[in-house]
Design a protein around this ligand. Sequence first.
Ligand SMILES: [Zn+2]
Length: 396
Amino acid sequence: MALPAGIETQRGKMVIRNIGLLLSGALEAPILDADTVVAEAGLITAVGREKDCDTGAATTVIDAQGCALSPGLIDSHVHPVFGDWTPRQNQFGWIESTLNGGVTTMISAGEVHLPGRARDVVGVKALAITAQRAYSLARPGWVKIHAGAPVLEKGMVESDFAELAAAGVTLLGEVGLGTVKAGYEAKEMVGWARKYGIQSTIHTGGPSVPGSGFIDADTVLEADADIIGHINGGHTALPLKQIRCLCEGCGRGIEIVHNGNELAGLSALRYAKELGQMHRVILGTDGPAGSGVQPLGILRMIALLSSLGETPAEVLFCCATGNTARMRKLDCGLIEVGRKADFALMDRAQHSAGADLLESVQKGDLPGIGMVIIDGIVRCGRSRNTPPAERVPVVV
Ligand SMILES: [Zn+2]
């Protein structure tokens, strides 16, 4: 049986050479002293100087032309529904457009925008399993979408979580978007989810759209979900002192999103830095939402937090790749042997005031994406969405 088009993997060997800047995705060493990456069958097999790597018998050779290579960006917080359509803004093609923003993996925080989304327990489970199946078998724009994230509703019992896990569900949708809003109720269900290997995220702050709820810091801390979802609100943020309490009061993921409050996002970044806990900071868009879809949302967060947050750009690239991969136990997001060959190649945008990629981002400019690779296969060349890059990689 032929594989669905979305899940093919490179069977041959890919060599990417002449990389000008290798961003590792790993906070402990964000920049690698290397210019070459080799991948076989869609997995990284070597990283180093070209002379030290076995580059023979390649089926695909890419000359990076001195561009930077980063792990493919990960959007930690999206709301997909079916395929590449979002009913939220009645828009098609938002995921494929986001590929052009360097994103290769997305994490669903709940398929909550489905018109007529069921609130009964059987309906909740059925939708989650359907979404998990659909997105694992077909990838719009080739982007990897981890979906099937049920929203907690009153009446769910421990066996429901066991059943969901056995069916392949690995995520909860944002806690608080359904009828379960009290800390004690959420805590019990988050605990059941964790017991069966299902990761949890909680909505933080004011209601996002009419019908969703308000979740304050005390509720977030009591529920103890794995990720403090949009700590900077979606869009309405908690008072900054409550955001500080969340950063200090637990060790959970600090997720900062594009569709949130920028001041609160910058403040959360500062608190994490002051606590020496940058490894907890991960980035998302929270799109599609009332604010629309953001094909360049992760790049915009990197540039915003680096420039106004006075943080080196290479550190923000880790927040958008390796931090998320480690927290969410993904097989991508880091440039190291054995990881998936998911890459974004980029360079300083033309006419940026910054002298190189990192300086341009630190000055608030977006990079120009020149190529995106998923599973060792080139999925887009020069981005149709970013400002044009100074240099663009070429397939030799
Ligand atoms: Zn939310």
